[in-house]
Design a protein around this ligand. Structure first.
Ligand code: PRP
Ligand code: ZN
Length: 297
């Protein structure tokens, strides 16, 4: 295979991860010529192209070296690593991306008695995740039959093809609609940036490193707010104590008001009205909460 000089990222063609994945790439400065109906999207600014595929295919494409990176659910990545064994051992989760949160859980019909995993002994469990379910069953020494289905797992108990299921749960709506009760969580999942353990030693490796740095900025920024306020020097301690977590605030003098200070603090996470009101009570005024657009440490 001729070595590529452009980076190739695999992501889900259409599904829950598609829009947020494109959004995160865009925030990293990556935009693509629009050909969303196609398999391949050419990157405009940077030498990075997209391959739009079925999410289940993403880990395999990275393992084979067809793609350098992939945006995929941890559930899909871990299932692949469990099933593919050695071939997949060199695949790593480079960054959690904070969207597409869901969990892989066992659920049983609402009228079934269940207290401990051992209660599943001798039952049939339908799932699209035979690898992860198999691991969990072994770990809990449960002797159950795994019924592997490609989709519509939740209706298996009603159809009589299984007694319980092991499936993804996000809102829980699907379980409720099918009179199922969640009993055990096997895996907490979210979208991750996956790639090989070791970076390529050519320009693609450099590009991945650059991308990871931008991504760290994007993730940090998404959760950051800049808080600006004025306080008197005497209230400074009380105000500072109430600031939501983050690095040390910056203090600036206020022209013509030697007893006043301008305080600037980077906060990790939302700053609520309630927090602002508390800080104001401690002596702050002229308060602003600003979103952060870009950050480069
Ligand atoms: C997943 C999963 C459940 C549903 C759970 O299916 O298999 O059916 O989402 O979400 P909820 O808890 O918010 O109801 P998905 O929509 O990905 O389709 P698929 O089953 O065809 O993969
Ligand atoms: Zn799915």
């Amino acid at each position: 295979m001729k070595p590529r000089d452009r980076l190739r990222i695999a992501m889900q063609k259409s599904g829950r991860l598609t829009e947020p994945a494109l959004d995160v790439l865009k925030r990293c400065g990556l935009t693509f010529r629009q050909s969303r109906d196609k398999l391949f999207c050419f990157g405009e600014g940077e030498p990075v192209d997209l391959l739009l595929v079925r999410d289940d295919d993403i880990p395999g494409l990275i393992a084979q070296g067809v793609c350098d990176l992939g945006i995929v659910g941890r559930n899909v990545l871990d299932e692949f690593k469990g099933v593919a064994g050695d071939a997949a051992a060199a695949l790593t989760e480079w960054r959690p991306l904070g969207f597409g949160r869901c969990r892989l859980s066992i659920a049983v019909p609402q009228d079934v008695d269940y207290t401990v995993p051992k209660d599943l002994d001798g039952l049939r469990i339908a799932t699209s995740y035979p690898g992860l379910l198999g691991q969990w069953l072994r770990r809990n020494e449960v002797d159950a039959a795994v019924v592997t289905l490609a989709g519509s797992v939740e209706i298996a108990p009603k159809l009589g093809t299984a007694d319980a299921i092991c499936d993804l749960v996000q809102s829980g709506g699907t379980l409720v609609a099918n009179q199922l009760r969640e009993t055990d969580v096997l895996l907490q999942s979210e979208a991750v940036l996956a790639g090989p353990d070791t970076l390529p030693t050519d320009e693609r490796g450099d590009m991945i490193e650059l991308l990871l740095k931008r991504l760290d900025g994007v993730i940090q920024v998404r959760e950051s707010r800049l808080l600006l306020l004025q306080t008197s020097r005497t209230s400074l301690d009380a105000v500072t104590r109430l600031l939501p977590g983050g690095p040390q605030p910056t203090l600036l003098p206020v022209a013509g008001q030697p007893d006043q200070l301008m305080l600037q603090a980077l906060c990790a996470g939302e700053v609520s009205w309630r927090q602002l009101e508390e800080i104001k009570k401690a002596g702050a005024r002229e308060m602003f909460v600003l979103p952060v657009e870009k950050m480069l440490a």
